[in-house]
Ligand binder design. Structure first.
Ligand code: OGA
Ligand code: MN
Length: 277
């Protein structure tokens, strides 16, 4: 089936678009849809299919049209990471840090290109996912800031983001987090497209060469400006929703919910193609 016309509806002022009139059949067999989504991601950063109920097989098949998939070795289906606080979930201990603004794989040389998340079990209250564009964050810098930031490098560290959830870590936790080596990125990512974005978020530990206080003030200020409420798309999930985001030009976070209630999301992740430079 070839169908080229994609009907969309804008979601937020700066971020987000909903694709209308798509069911699982079309998701899998419309040859133009995946390419259309790539363009929509470039323009809107977040693409929503409401109440699609794709299921893992269709989610994975569609995600593969966007590129190779990250393999999650600890999961029965290595293409799908379960995001939940279920004690049986092998990554549950890391997920409290999803509450802080972040880029997926910010300690990787080549961070994921696209993340695909679907809602399977949701809570009555809270548990939204919020998104803010780091392209917009760059575009709104003053000329003087752009000049000043052009040469800056930022260290992303697992310990920095995890400590926000575990302020008094055990030696075992510290040793575990140290398995992710620090990653030094330019603060400003100049994409192959020519667009620029800020490489910020909760894993940003410090700016190379700045003293600790100045560094923290700058990183906090940049994150705060990037994520002021009028810059944020907050998605309230319905079961079956599928959301794609451009992980290269966006920070995102999970919103608070009662963790004694089950919430289960399934994520497939498209391998990055471009290193941060
Ligand atoms: C993720 C993530 C947020 C959420 O899956 O990478 O950050 O709301 N999820 O579950
Ligand atoms: Mn994430």
């Amino acid at each position: 089936m070839t169908r080229s016309s994609i009907t969309t509806k804008k979601l937020g002022a700066r971020v987000g678009v909903e694709v209308l009139d798509v069911d699982v059949e079309r998701l899998l067999h419309d040859d133009e849809l995946a390419a259309g989504c790539v363009d929509l991601l470039e323009e809107h950063s977040v693409v929503l299919f409401r109440e699609l109920h794709a299921g893992d097989a269709a989610q994975v098949a569609f995600s593969r049209k966007l590129g190779d998939l990250v393999q999650f070795g600890k999961y029965a289906n290595p293409n799908v990471m379960e995001i939940s606080f279920d004690p049986a979930n092998p990554n549950a201990k890391y997920f409290p840090s999803n509450d802080y603004w972040h880029i997926d794989g910010s300690m990787d040389a080549v961070p994921a290109k696209t993340s695909v998340l679907s809602a399977h079990v949701i809570t009555e209250r809270g548990g939204e996912t919020a998104f803010a564009s780091t392209y917009v964050a760059y575009d709104e810098l003053s000329a003087a800031e752009r000049e000043r930031f052009a040469g800056l490098r930022v260290v992303h560290r697992m310990e920095r983001i995890q400590r926000l959830s575990y302020p008094e870590p055990t030696p075992e936790q510290l040793a575990d987090w140290a398995r992710w080596p620090d990653r030094v990125h330019p603060l400003v990512w100049t994409h192959e497209s020519g667009r620029k974005s800020l490489v910020i978020g909760a894993s940003a530990a410090h700016i190379v060469g700045l003293d600790a206080r100045e560094s923290r003030t700058l990183l906090d200020d940049l994150e705060q400006r990037a994520t002021t409420p009028d810059h944020v798309l907050t998605h309230t999930w319905s079961v079956g929703d599928l959301v794609l985001w451009d992980n290269t030009g966006l920070v995102h976070r999970a919103c608070e919910f009662d963790r004694s209630q089950p919430r289960r999301m399934h994520r497939s992740t498209v391998v990055g193609e471009e290193s941060i430079k």
